[in-house]
Design a protein around this ligand. Structure first.
Ligand SMILES: [Zn+2]
Length: 243
């Protein structure tokens, strides 16, 4: 009971005070009323402005996020549709490797502008498969902002998912377990680089035959003992380039 009475005391006193003020100084009472009304209106306008601005910023954030896809196949479908809608030519290169649930995999190319151009701008995504989801978002965002006025002798080529297997399975490597971004040599052309430490660890990391029980950890420990102390800036730099 007590809190309920307490709740009504303040408004009751305010009304009594206002009535008293109105009888004694009617002009001031009306002035206070008008002031309160103006404050309420200003408050409402402020709330409306804040809500509208917030909505606008959320919408623009959404617009940015909408170009990100949750999987390779969703992303590829959106790339294909957007290339067609933007007037580009679509070329799909089939892979024999399959994605999850046996889904087919392709490298998709969106071609805009001259068929035999003198100048070409190429943008590719997904060399490291899993990173293709963000690369593809960049391509989609770019396509949605529309490709305008390409000179007659030029072309823009967007390549979607250089490593579709990795993108579909969410890994950096391709179907042959190759990290494409660390291996730009043609098939059969692989040779260890002329880096002292690479040559030292090559036999251990790239065995010529299938790995058997070959005391790997003992050999690795021996290599660490032999070579770890010789590290200097140049070799460390070389080794980082190599890896
Ligand atoms: Zn990468």
């Amino acid at each position: 009971m007590i809190p309920r009475i307490g709740k009504h005391v303040a408004p009751f006193l305010a009304i009594v005070a206002f009535c008293y003020l109105y009888i004694e100084l009617p002009g001031l009472a009306v002035g206070i009323l008008v002031g309160i009304a103006i404050l309420i209106v200003l408050l409402i306008v402020l709330i409306v402005v804040v809500v509208v601005l917030q909505g606008a910023s959320e919408r623009s954030d959404d617009g940015q996020l909408k170009v990100f896809s949750e999987s390779y196949h969703v992303s590829r479908g959106r790339f294909r549709r957007t290339v067609r809608r933007s007037g580009g030519q679509l070329i799909a290169l089939d892979l024999t490797a399959k994605g999850p649930k046996g889904a087919n995999l392709t490298i998709d190319i969106g071609w805009f502008g001259a068929k035999t151009p003198k100048r070409v701008f190429i943008h590719s995504s997904g060399l490291h498969g899993v990173e293709g989801l963000s690369g593809s978002a960049i391509q989609l965002q770019w396509l949605k902002s529309r490709i305008r006025s390409i000179p007659a002798d030029s072309a823009i080529v967007l390549v979607h998912a250089l490593n579709p297997y990795g993108m579909a399975w969410r890994r950096r490597f391709n179907e042959n377990n190759v990290d494409l971004n660390r291996n730009f040599r043609a098939a059969g052309e692989f040779a260890p680089a002329e880096i002292p430490y690479w040559i030292a660890v090559n036999a251990l990391l790239n065995p010529a035959t299938l790995p058997l029980p070959d005391c790997f950890y003992l050999r690795a420990a021996w290599l660490v003992l032999r070579h770890a102390e010789h590290r200097d800036a140049t070799d460390a730099e070389q080794l980082r380039v190599c890896l």
